[in-house]
Design a protein around this ligand. Sequence first.
Ligand code: NAD
Length: 348
Amino acid sequence: SLFGLPDQAPHERVLLAADPQTGLKAILAVHSTARGPAFGGCRFWTYDNELAALNDALRLSQGMSLKNALAQLPFGGGKAVIIKPAGHFDRPALFAAFGRAVQSLDGAYITAEDVGTTTADMLGMQAHTQYVSGIPRAGAFGGDPSPKTAYGVFVSIDEGVKRVLGRSSLDGVRVALQGLGAVGWHLAEYLHKAGAKLVVTDVDAAKVQRAQEQFGAVAVATSDILAADVDVLAPCALGAVLNQQSIASLKARLIAGAANNQLATAADGDALHARGITYLPDYLVNAGGIISVAREFRNEGEEQAVMTEVGLIRGRVAELLERVRASGATPAREADAWARSLLVKPAA
Ligand code: NAD
């Protein structure tokens, strides 16, 4: 283990970037370049301490390797974490310094949006590195990947509902949504259109109220969402929400959501399985965003083609459930083994 941190697979490279002038403190983690340059977003977040930030970067970066492999992208896995400075800071200057750090890796790592960063941050960084994606462009495909992520989660839920719950459609299926942010909101729209009944929560009361008005959603307290009496749970806010404590009280039979690293530990995947709950791994179902920014980066983007590629996640969910049936393994362990078998250079 690295610095005594649990569950950390070896990384190819980890850059600790500091710039006293702007207050930048960042970790750029390159887990694997076996499939190609490491591609993964940049998180801008407040951490209790620097070790917690390192732990987050390493976990997220490993997850990107698995995500990019299962999505069959010609990219490896990496992720960056910028520790949000306490007090006042100059945001454009900070992201410019981060852009220079990305550039110093000479293309081994390509960045994009993640929690706490915006398309404007990516745009500003463009003057300092060419290894950035997720930027709106006039007359060309690009920009915020969140709607694509939401679409991938939606098709995953739809496929899971049919295969796991034996329902013919989402009509009347009860879905609990934790987080109505960039992804969660679009997901709510898709689910509502398909006839699902939504139970929602967010720390932002205005978003909850909008969901009540627009989707007829039932609102619950943030502390009650995981145990809501629903068919499906879609975590779209934070990581590590599936843990020893929460798993005991879950009522949903199917879990599929956008949040990265939903399982607190690998053992929690086993605990879900033991309770008869099917967990569709986050890195399988939330790959829509990386598919979008990867297409954009390769200048191959076109809205309909990207949506079609994101839609392929449905078939991968079906394949995973078939593999699970054949092997008897949990979906989490089966997906992990499947993804790791793909951590090799893709055929040209
Ligand atoms: P976001 O910041 O736009 O939305 C998160 C939402 O969760 C916000 O509305 C926030 O108020 C809410 N929230 C925070 N704490 C909460 C709590 N305790 N209970 C309920 N709600 C809470 O982020 P996003 O882009 O929508 O991403 C959501 C998750 O999906 C993140 O974990 C992110 O890493 C993951 N993800 C996002 C993308 C993408 O394309 N944006 C792609 C892959 C994975």
